[in-house]
Design a protein around this ligand. Structure first.
Ligand code: PLP
Length: 453
């Protein structure tokens, strides 16, 4: 059945009648109707009305290799013909997850040699939570099970993912979060630094909030700290340089495991394969998904560091956990081809040495002086623009988030897909963006800001 037999209005009516969307106010959606994205190519998405929109979000932070990659479609097709599905349960395996695991171990930090597959970042974080708690139980310390996370963190939408995350509105709807997870302040200096406090000092203070939480619980009760190297969905909060080294020091001092969530930062976005490498963080687990397949197939890979893996393997017996689609052969075939493309085209190097610095320079020069821009920040091809009513006092527009939504809507009308989170505009484009694409995007953002001001 082709969608082309339906008008936009008909599709919207069916959508409203039968389809509940994620993270959506359905009453509000019914009033306006969904925009139907019907195809995509390179850096562009196209809606049913023929509008060409530059995708500044790589879908949902995932289409790193860009759209229209027939090689990925062919990899899926060939694998589906040969072996569409078989599992890795009951002493079986299939070749593509095996070969993908080898490739992942090659590109990951040196201590990351084991991966556990799922279909989403949320599932991977659910696995990570089980793994760290299981680790301490096997080490004879079952009470060492508290997890420290941060407010504004996003770790997924399953019950474990949402409990690990620090979004208060998600907790309110959970009807009972996973117990023994606490949330401390995020490293968000734009709003949380004291007047006159340097970035360095703020970074140390934000990290010490983790130490305070450890001391309050007693280190013997704390299993792990979990964090995104750069908070993504919470508003691309780039921590001061002092933050992660201090977190690392604290975790080592109290023997608290360090869980990194690289679902957004993994696979090249920061100019290294992983932000752990870009930022010098030594983790015990690393959660990845999204760009592992550039979003062409649902797949997550949780890296489990040598320390934990040794215990799980040597002392663990059966690990009572897994998903039907763990190590799905088609998703893994697509991931292998996707990593090959990213490598062959030098996309990670390009972000590090060319497009990342150019993205930063261009957004800084063209946008940071705008009357409603309070701050521009970027790492690699990840960027945020803070929207303010007053540049000096950083006072926000009221109601909260209203101006950012206007900027977003104007940007889309100008032909650039962006996201607004509270008062922050977010960019996370495909890694295939060139200097020319960055110039086009900056011009469209400038215009959207002018129209919203
Ligand atoms: N962790 C982070 C940092 C994320 O940004 C996301 C999704 O945006 C997730 C976990 C959850 O991933 P998924 O939506 O694939 O479950």
């Amino acid at each position: 059945m082709s969608y082309q037999n339906f008008s936009l209005k008909q599709l919207q009516e069916i959508d409203a009648g039968h389809h509940l969307h994620p993270f959506t106010d359905h009453k509000e959606l019914r009033a306006v109707g969904s925009r139907m994205i019907v195809r995509a190519d390179g850096p562009y998405i196209y809606d049913s009305e023929g509008n060409e929109i530059l995708d500044g979000m790589a879908g949902l932070w995932c289409v790193n290799a860009g759209y229209g990659r027939t090689e990925l479609a062919e990899a899926a097709y060939e694998q589906m013909k040969e072996l569409p599905y078989y599992n890795s349960f009951f002493k079986c395996s299939t070749p593509t997850p095996v070969l993908l695991s080898k490739k992942l171990a090659e590109i990951a930090p040196a201590n990351m040699n084991q991966v556990f597959y799922g279909s989403s970042g949320s599932e991977a974080n659910d696995t990570a939570l089980r793994v760290v708690r299981r680790y301490w139980a096997l080490e004879g310390k079952p009470r060492k099970n508290r997890i420290i996370s941060r407010k504004m963190a996003y770790h997924g939408s399953t019950i474990a993912g949402a409990s690990l995350g620090g979004m208060s509105h998600m907790h309110e709807q959970l009807g009972g979060a996973v117990p023994n997870i606490v949330h401390v302040m995020p490293p968000y200096s734009f709003e949380l630094a004291e007047p006159g406090e340097s970035e360095h000092d703020f970074g140390i203070r934000a990290a010490r909030a983790v130490e305070d939480a450890i001391l309050e619980a007693g280190a013997e009760n704390v299993a792990a700290f979990i964090g995104e190297p750069i908070m993504g969905a919470g508003g691309v909060k780039i921590p001061p340089e002092s933050y992660w080294p201090e977190i690392q020091r604290i975790c080592r001092k109290y023997d608290v495991l360090l869980m990194l969530d690289e679902v957004i930062t993994g696979y090249g976005r920061t100019g290294e394969w992983f932000a752990a490498q870009a930022m010098g963080i030594e983790a015990d687990t690393i959660t990845t998904a999204k760009a592992l397949t550039s979003g062409y197939q649902p797949l997550s890979a949780l890296f489990i560091g040598d320390r934990i893996a040794r215990t799980l393997i040597d002392k663990g017996g059966e690990f009572f956990h897994g998903y039907t689609y763990s190590g799905h052969p088609v998703a893994c075939a697509v991931a292998l081809k996707n990593l090959e493309i990213i490598e062959r085209e030098g996309l990670v190097d390009r972000v590090r040495s060319d497009t990342g610095p150019y993205f930063r320079k261009t957004l800084m020069e063209r946008l940071s002086g705008h009357p409603i821009v309070g701050q521009v920040r970027t790492v690699g091809l990840l960027g945020a623009i803070e929207i303010v009513a007053d540049k000096e006092t950083r006072e926000r527009f009221q109601p909260s988030g209203s101006a950012a939504v206007k900027v977003r809507d104007h940007a889309i009308a100008q032909g650039l897909m962006m996201r607004a989170t509270d008062d922050t505009m977010i960019l996370s484009p495909p890694l295939i963006w060139t200097r020319e694409t960055i110039d086009i995007a900056a011009a469209r953002i400038e215009r959207a800001l002018d129209l919203a001001a």
